[in-house]
Design a protein around this ligand. Structure first.
Ligand code: ZN
Length: 266
């Protein structure tokens, strides 16, 4: 039996309570590993959602994008109706179109802090950089392949609600609004619960992530100024833009359930 972080579930029956909030085991205590009960599955999915990696690729073959775009029936969601769809059958994958406004962008702030690209290293440490690959400071692994940091688009909204997928440290928490639907909220953490395909990033930013990384490559101060101006222009152009997204819900059997932006349709 191998302990898997964020995966292995223990069911502890009949523990004894020690002083304060500590529990201890006794001769009567039973510890079951990965018990086959619905509560364990619920805890596992909740944990997968809450402790998702800082970035990860969209699982291959989960969505047949070409088949979805050719389908005669096209589901047009609002954020509220998508939320209702997911709540009605959370394990069922869904796909459809969302017309949303990009109400917040972190393009400049992520570039300034050297976090435009990110991925966890196989050792588990987060790796951030403004380049398409970077070494891991924790274990020394060279050239960890990075993807665009999904925190670049932390907030989407339409007339029925908003998705606040991430907040950078220091940002005030988004005020709760009972009249709006909010799909998953992560408090003050850096993870984004929304996955983006490279194709969607390319359509949103006007260039492939690798081309963006090459453009922003290290250079002299004049180059840094040009980068700053280019990113500022891009952020201003995209801010509060309405875009139609082809999105998919993975179903909660996959990574606890994640929303994926498959394509940006303008
Ligand atoms: Zn590492």
């Amino acid at each position: 039996m191998t302990w898997k972080s964020n995966s292995t579930i223990l069911l502890i029956s009949s523990p004894a309570q020690r002083s304060g909030r500590n529990l201890t085991i006794t001769a009567r205590t039973l510890i079951e590993i990965n018990p086959n009960i619905s509560e364990a599955e619920h805890v596992r999915k909740w944990n997968q959602r809450e402790n998702c990696p800082i970035n990860e690729p969209v699982p291959a073959d989960l969505f047949d994008i070409e088949a979805i775009t050719r389908a005669p029936t096209r589901l047009q969601f609002t954020l509220a109706s998508l939320d209702s769809f997911i709540r009605a059958s959370p394990s069922q994958p869904h796909s459809g179109y969302l017309s949303v406004i990009l109400t917040k962008l972190n393009l400049l702030s992520l570039w300034k802090t050297g976090q435009l690209f990110s991925m966890p290293c196989p050792c588990g440490a987060p790796v951030y950089a403004n380049t398409a690959s970077a070494p891991c400071a924790a274990c020394g692994t060279r050239n960890t392949k990075l993807r665009i940091n999904p925190c670049l688009v932390p907030e989407l909204a339409d007339e029925t609600g908003a998705i606040c997928s991430t907040l950078l440290p220091g940002s005030p928490p988004h005020p709760p609004n009972p009249s709006k639907t909010t799909i998953p909220h992560t408090g003050s953490r850096r993870q984004s619960k929304i996955l983006w395909t490279d194709e969607a990033w390319t359509q949103l930013l006007g260039r492939h992530p690798d081309q963006l990384a090459a453009l922003l490559g290290p250079g002299d101060p004049a180059q840094a100024r040009r980068n700053l101006n280019m990113l500022r222009y891009l952020e201003q152009r995209l801010s509060f833009m309405r875009v139609v997204l082809l999105v998919g819900w993975t179903g909660d059997e996959v990574m606890g359930g994640r929303l994926v932006v498959l394509r940006v349709l303008g």
